[in-house]
Design a protein around this ligand. Structure first.
Ligand code: NDP
Length: 603
């Protein structure tokens, strides 16, 4: 079948069968437990390589207006939007040595954001900054995070290399007591949590992983002392090294071509090939994006979100492979629409998916010269089963004599690691350096992980309530029994491929809640009835993920092949509609969650 033609029924049957057998080859009985946390003897893999020595400081016992847990874009935006609303003291507490979150930790060679920089970088209208590339390098994004934090004076009270260990509501003082792993015990009138979803690096639990005597690290803690160079390349330390890379997700796709240029030899240990679409990165000018007009960035972001949320738009300002594939991408989002004629919907979707996947498989054939290698690089699953990736350099790297693709699907990944390298099937690969591009655990940081206990009214622990009754919130932000606690994240809220946009809307909302509470001298706390009404709204059109994810190849999207739980995890009508709903609620109904405070003399 030609790559752009609609497939026949026979072709679809054959594809379905192929996808099923490829999935069966990969599903493992140990599911998500196959991974090893970077703890104890593996703690080295998560240590901060960018801070030589953590500076000593005295523990703090003061009081701030707002404490923000997490200094990534979510925390920065929460702080910035609070400052815009006139909040005086905002203290961001961050485990890393500076602001930036994922862009602080991830500095691997070739790192770029694969969402267009003009919609990904927040607060471009406010800072006047115009990105230089359509897809920005990581360092430009990290510097922008610092720029926003500086502009809104967030450094003044920030605590770095510090992790929050507990949040406890002090009923009498109507404040939160915040403790940290550096001995701090300070108070805050409001707490905002924004701890990210994919922040803890994970390692494969491959037998013998601890025995390897060569050099090893995770891509989110790149060791430039060993490799030399920078994210732009020039890794002279690898010139005589045999380097193994485990993992070919969005990270591996960006790092491997850079390693190919600098290392003596690169062995790519692949378990499931990614889809790798056209990148077409290029320099952009302010003129290209109409940056002379006021509000240009906001307009562009809204347009993008509309399209990737599956809503009609008059024009496509970003016009890239994300927006082009928006119909298929909807399946990535929690916003699966409930379809009246489900059979017709599934058939149309499957046909469109086959056209897209054929196009991507043809791209491999047309680029990779060795037919055996090309065959192994072809992805056999539906487009949205795994996160799409983009690169114009990844496939050409396999035409180099110093790059070897080692397919490990038949053995469920690498079988064994020894003192000298990696064993797959009958072959031992001797390596000087082994790099894990194996991604991050989902939901293992912050409040939902249990590592950050939250005690609300009467000492009630948030996760205990949620374990008994399921998560209970209004709009994902606030919960009964936990006054002045505002949670950011996608749970019972919204999600999108452009997550910084979601975070910014959440930050605007959080700042509006604080401003309203201050104006009314009130606490922010929904009643149980308000929570019930929100849960009912979510349940009304709750998505049915099962039909799609059950047939998908394993990965973190479907809990390593076990499928995604059905039910109300996020607003079912997409992020764009959710933002409209929030705006309306702020205008009409915000007073419903303002509760009277105790008279000031009693606090
Ligand atoms: P992923 O979880 O996407 O990929 C991990 C890779 O490691 C997969 O290829 C996986 O194979 C492989 N792997 C795991 N265990 C083994 C094993 N035992 N043997 C062989 N291979 C193994 O992690 P990434 O860091 O690539 O990406 C994580 C997320 O971070 C992305 O999905 C994206 O959301 C974000 N990201 C965003 C970027 C951007 O530009 N916006 C850039 C980079 C990352 P398998 O698929 O078979 O499980």
């Amino acid at each position: 079948m030609s790559s752009h033609q609609a497939p026949s029924r026979e072709e679809l049957d054959a594809l379905r069968q192929r996808y099923r057998s490829e999935r069966e080859r990969r599903v493992r009985p140990d599911g998500a437990t196959q991974y090893q946390a970077p703890e104890a003897e593996f703690g080295y893999y998560a240590a901060d390589p960018y801070v030589a020595e953590t500076a000593e400081r005295e523990p703090l016992h003061d009081t701030v207006d707002v404490a923000v847990v997490g200094g990534g874009f979510g925390g920065i935006l929460a702080g910035a939007r609070m400052r815009q609303r006139g909040v005086q003291s905002v203290r961001v507490v961050e485990t890393g040595g500076d602001f930036g979150g994922t862009w602080y930790w991830n500095r691997y060679p070739g790192i770029h954001c694969d969402i267009e920089s003009h919609v990904y970088l927040p607060m471009l209208d406010e800072t006047g900054y115009v990105p230089e590339w359509k897809y920005a390098p990581g360092e430009e994004i990290r510097r922008h995070a610092v720029r926003v934090a500086r502009q809104f004076d967030l450094y003044e009270h920030a605590l770095f290399s510090t992790s929050v260990t507990s949040l406890t509501w002090d009923e009498a003082g109507e404040t939160w007591l915040v403790t940290t792993d550096r001995g701090d015990a300070f108070r805050a009138t409001y707490v905002v949590t924004s701890t990210g979803t994919l922040s803890t690096p994970k390692l494969p639990g491959i037998p013998g992983i601890q025995d390897f005597k060569g050099h090893t690290f995770h891509t989110s803690r790149w060791d430039y002392v060993y490799t030399g160079g920078t994210p732009d390349g020039g890794m002279t330390g690898l010139a005589d090294k045999r380097v193994g890379v485990v993992g070919t997700g969005a990270t591996g796709i960006q790092a491997i071509p850079m390693l190919a240029e600098d290392a003596a030899h690169v062995y790519v240990f692949q378990r499931t090939p990614s889809t790798v679409d056209v990148r077409a990165n290029r320099r952009t000018s302010a003129q290209d994006v109409g940056a002379d007009r006021e509000g240009w960035a906001r307009e562009r972001r809204e347009n993008y979100l509309r399209i990737v949320s599956g809503e009609p738009a008059d024009e496509d300002l970003v016009a890239d492979r994300w927006t082009e594939s928006a119909g298929l991408l909807e399946k990535l989002l929690p916003s699966f629409r409930r379809q009246d004629d489900r059979e017709a919907f599934e058939a149309a979707y499957e046909a469109a998916d086959a056209v897209k996947m054929n196009e991507l498989r043809t791209r491999v054939e047309e680029t990779v010269t060795d037919p055996d290698t090309a065959e192994k690089l072809k992805p056999w699953y539906r487009y949205a089963c795994k996160r799409p990736t983009f690169s114009d350099r990844y496939y050409p790297a396999f035409n180099r004599a110093n790059v070897t693709l080692v397919d490990t699907a038949d053995t469920h990944g690498i079988e064994r690691i020894t003192e000298t390298g990696v064993v797959v099937g009958d072959t031992a690969y001797d390596l000087d350096c082994l790099i894990f591009a194996t991604g991050f655990s989902v939901g293992t940081s912050g409040v939902v992980s249990g590592k950050l206990p939250v005690h609300g009214r009467g000492g009630t622990q948030l996760l205990r309530v949620w374990a008994r009754q399921g998560p209970r919130t209004l709009h994902g932000f606030t919960s009964n029994g936990f006054p002045n606690l505002i949670q950011m994240g996608s749970l019972q809220n919204a999600s999108s491929v452009n997550f910084t946009h979601i975070l910014d809307e959440q930050a605007v909302h959080a700042a509006a809640l604080v401003a309203a509470a201050e104006a009314a001298d009130a606490l922010v706390e929904p009643s149980r009835e308000t929570e019930d009404a929100w849960l009912a709204t979510l349940a009304e059109d709750a998505p049915d993920h099962e039909w799609f994810h059950a047939d998908c190849t394993p990965g973190y999207y479907n809990r390593e092949g076990r499928g995604r739980p059905n039910g109300p995890t996020a607003y079912p009508h997409g992020a764009h509609a959710f933002h409209r709903l929030l705006r309306r609620w702020r205008e009409d109904s915000m007073s419903e969650i303002l509760q009277p405070r105790a008279p000031a003399r009693d606090r």
